[in-house]
Every structure is written in structure tokens, then in C-alpha cells.
Ligand binder design. Structure first.
Ligand code: ASN
Length: 312
């Protein structure tokens, strides 16, 4: 009872906060412009998958949610990566405005970038290369930011937003070069130093999940993150995908992934049903936070789920 009273006391001021109201309006426009752009580029919108026996294992520690339903163990979606790989066997280009649940540990509550329920716009392109995805996203960001700056002039002004229309093409920084020059905090340092979004490419094999494609060097992946400037940090990850059974098996073994958990996916790969593809997903709240110049993503949602905290 006490707990729910405490939550109710903080919900009302949050719902009435002009910062939240303006940010939520901007976020609605961000989604509208991004999805309009993708539709124009020939992408088909799929509805989100919320529960499935198959979800992204992720490359970092989160609490796991599983439940048994008539003998099948389901999980809540952490990302739709495997559904995207399957979907491009049906359609050339797909996207989903995809709610993800990642039960992050509570020390992430002040990162400014984490919610344990968030939304990513997740897309995948059959037969595409990493460069195709990067080019698409640069154009998408330009479209979204220019559109929002025009349509939400008042809201952005109230929020004190300093967002600029980015300059294309974005710079590409190799992960290992950045690590060598700036040490292990390179991502934070580079994000704080830059005034433009930039790509972080060629992430080492141990730094990512098994589904991003291994490059011929055998050490790095054909993947990328998009890093926002002014300390806003990572907003997108993606890459080319592994689609061949033997290679997927090798990568899963390298990561110590449970083959049992992925038996459906492995069966599909063994039947040679997967096709080459590339794609990415970007965080709607993170992009909105950047566009609005906000200290925390929780201000972009009416009902934000901050790691370790109670809310409705
Ligand atoms: N959406 C990401 C991708 O397409 C995966 C993720 O969210 N971890 O690579």
C-alpha cells in the first residue's frame, strides 16, 4: 500500500511536467517521420512480437523473464533480431516499432540512456551490406531532425534544445583504433568531444552477439553503432548477419550460447532458409532525448521504466 501511494505521488507531477509533455509530443513526431521515411523507401511495417521462445541473448547481463505456457518456454522480447532475419525471407525490407523488455541492473538508472522497457525502430534489408544500412540511416536522421525542427519549433524552444541538422556523410571510427587512442572509455570521450553523430565500426567478435557477421580478418564484425555527439552516446546498433548454419554454430559455440534455447532457429538455418541481410535498430527514447537535449530518457515517456525503480 505504502509503495503504491509513493508511486502515485510521483506520477501526477510527471504527467503534468511541461518538459515531459513537450518531449512526448516530439517523440510522437520522431516516430511519425522515421516510419514515413521507411515506408517511402519501400519498407513494410510489421507488428511487434512481444513473447516468443526466441529472443536476442544480448551481450550484457540482464535479468531473465521466462514463463512456461502449455509446455513451451516463452521469453519477453529483448530484440526482434531473429524474427527480422526470418521476415526478410518473406519481404525485402521490413521495420517494426518494437517494444523491448530488458531487465537491466539498477546501477544503470542514472546513465541517462536506460529504461527496462523501451522502444526501438528495428529494420532489416535482404541482401544488403552494412554500408547500405549506414547510408539509409544517415538520410533517415536528416529527414527526422529537419522535419521535427520545423514541426516542433515551439516544443524544442521550450525544452532549450540545441539539436543541429547533422552533416553527411557521418565519420567512421574503427573500434580498435579508438580503443588504442583513448583507452577503454573511448566511447564516452569521443561522444563528449564530438559535435556530429559518428559511426563506430568493426566491433571485436567478443564484444557482440553471435548473429553479426564475422569479417574476413576473423577478429572483428561487419557491424556498427551510431554514437550521438555531446555525450548522448550510443543510439543504434546493427550490422550484416550470419546466415549459414555452420558459421552460426561456430559463433554460438564461441559465445557459449545454449544450443537448446535456439533449436528452432538452428533448424531453420540448417534447412538453409536464412538469407544474407543487414539491418539495425535505434532507440526511439534515446533519439528523442538527443533531439530535445534532455538529461534522461525517462523524460520522453509518460510511464518510464527506470532500472531498479517502481512505476506503473
Ligand atoms: N536491433 C539490433 C540489430 O538490429 C539488435 C539489438 O537490439 N541488440 O542489430
Amino acid at each position: 500500500m505504502e509503495k503504491s501511494k509513493k508511486i502515485m505521488k510521483s506520477i501526477i507531477p510527471h504527467l503534468e511536467d511541461p518538459v515531459v509533455k513537450n518531449a512526448v509530443k516530439v517523440k510522437a513526431r520522431v516516430i511519425a517521420y522515421a516510419t514515413e521515411f521507411l515506408r517511402e523507401q519501400g519498407f513494410i511495417e510489421l507488428l511487434p512480437t512481444i513473447v516468443s521462445p526466441l529472443t536476442d541473448p544480448l551481450n550484457h547481463e540482464v535479468f531473465n523473464v521466462r514463463f512456461n505456457y502449455y509446455g513451451t518456454v516463452y521469453q519477453l522480447t529483448q530484440s526482434m533480431i531473429f524474427h527480422k532475419q526470418l521476415a526478410v525471407t518473406a519481404f525485402e525490407r521490413i521495420f517494426i516499432v518494437s517494444p523491448n523488455i530488458r531487465l537491466e541492473t539498477e546501477e544503470k538508472k542514472d546513465s541517462g540512456r536506460h529504461l527496462f522497457e523501451f522502444t526501438q525502430i528495428d529494420l532489416e534489408m535482404k541482401g544488403a551490406k552494412r554500408e547500405d544500412v549506414m547510408d539509409l540511416i544517415e538520410r533517415l536522421l536528416l529527414y527526422v531532425i529537419s522535419g521535427v525542427k520545423q514541426k516542433c519549433r515551439e516544443e524544442l524552444e521550450c525544452l532549450g534544445s540545441s539539436v543541429k541538422i547533422p552533416t553527411m556523410p557521418f565519420k567512421k571510427v574503427r573500434y580498435l583504433d579508438a580503443l588504442q587512442t583513448y583507452g577503454k572509455d573511448f566511447e564516452k570521450i569521443l561522444s563528449e568531444k564530438s559535435t556530429e553523430p559518428f559511426w563506430l565500426i568493426d566491433i571485436p567478435i567478443e564484444g557482440r552477439e553471435f548473429y553479426d557477421k564475422l569479417s574476413v580478418d576473423g577478429r572483428t564484425l561487419l557491424d556498427m553503432d551510431l554514437i550521438l555527439p555531446q555525450g548522448y552516446g550510443e543510439v543504434l546498433s546493427g550490422g550484416e548477419r550470419e546466415h549459414e548454419y555452420e558459421q552460426i554454430l561456430k559463433r554460438m559455440e564461441y559465445k557459449g550460447t545454449s544450443l537448446e534455447d535456439f533449436k528452432w532457429y538452428l533448424q531453420i538455418a540448417e534447412d538453409e532458409r536464412l538469407v544474407p541481410s543487414a539491418g539495425c535498430g535505434f532507440g526511439v527514447e534515446r533519439l528523442t532525448r538527443y533531439i530535445c537535449s534532455l538529461p534522461h530518457v525517462s523524460l520522453t515517456r509518460l510511464f518510464p521504466k527506470v532500472p531498479g525503480m517502481d512505476w506503473i
